[in-house]
Ligand binder design. Structure first.
Ligand SMILES: N[C@@H](CCC(=O)N[C@@H](CS)C(=O)NCC(=O)O)C(=O)O
Length: 206
């Protein structure tokens, strides 16, 4: 039996969970949840009344939601892809994980799903404002990162950042950010990311 079940969909917050499952050689079942199902599937709603992905189910029957929480659960258990406690790098890791999940992710949702947040005639204003904010955030990341977010070695925060950047890259939001682009190109060739993309595209063919 697989250790975990992941409820998700490619190109959503479940991507980072798949990257980490793959990094840590964790076997998992994947349950595809489309945009309608996420709000109507009774099993999801029973355990996550917010009707969102990602959600994971552990082998002991426990359910967990919130991408950052799931990342922390996995890295703590594996003791990998996370800087050691009480270090400057760990503080940086915590800072970027909270910034990415509580600031950047929600603003991306405003850009791509303005209808969830405002009425039809205000959508373009909301998108414009959200684009300004996302540029401020990208500039902050670009000026504060090194080779990776927490220094010169990769952590789970880099997988999280890469996931968010793939959403923004499709619409050209990354142009002009030198360090972000070089990070994005490097991560696009990362073996874990390539393997997960292969798994996702096989899954979509079925
Ligand atoms: N704060 C949540 C955000 C999750 C989230 O918004 N997921 C999106 C997909 S990327 C979703 O399921 N949206 C469905 C909806 O809100 O209708 C997390 O980090 O897990």
């Amino acid at each position: 039996m697989s250790q975990y079940t992941l409820y998700g969909r490619s190109e959503t917050g479940s991507d980072v969970v798949e990257y980490l499952f793959h990094e840590f050689n964790i076997d998992y079942n994947f349950i595809h949840v489309d945009e309608i199902n996420v709000k109507t599937n009774q099993e999801i709603l029973r355990h996550n009344p917010l009707g969102r992905v990602p959600m994971i189910k552990l082998s002991n029957g426990q359910y967990m939601i919130e991408s950052m929480n799931i990342v922390y659960h996995l890295v703590d258990k594996a003791g990998q892809l996370v800087p050691k406690s009480n270090s400057i790098e760990r503080d940086k890791f915590n800072q970027f994980m909270s910034f990415l999940s509580s600031s950047v992710y929600p603003i991306i949702l405003l850009i791509y799903h303005p209808d969830h947040y405002t009425s039809k005639n205000s959508e373009s204003d909301l998108i414009r404002k959200a684009e300004e904010i996302i540029n401020t955030y990208l500039k902050f990341i670009d000026t504060s990162m090194n080779k990776y977010l927490c220094g010169n070695y990769i952590t789970a925060a880099d997988y999280y950042l890469y996931m968010l950047l793939t959403w923004l890259d499709e619409d050209g939001y990354l142009s002009g950010y030198e360090k972000i682009n070089s990070f994005f190109n490097k991560m696009s060739k990362n073996q874990t990311i390539l393997a997960v993309k292969r798994i996702q595209s096989e899954r979509e063919k079925k």
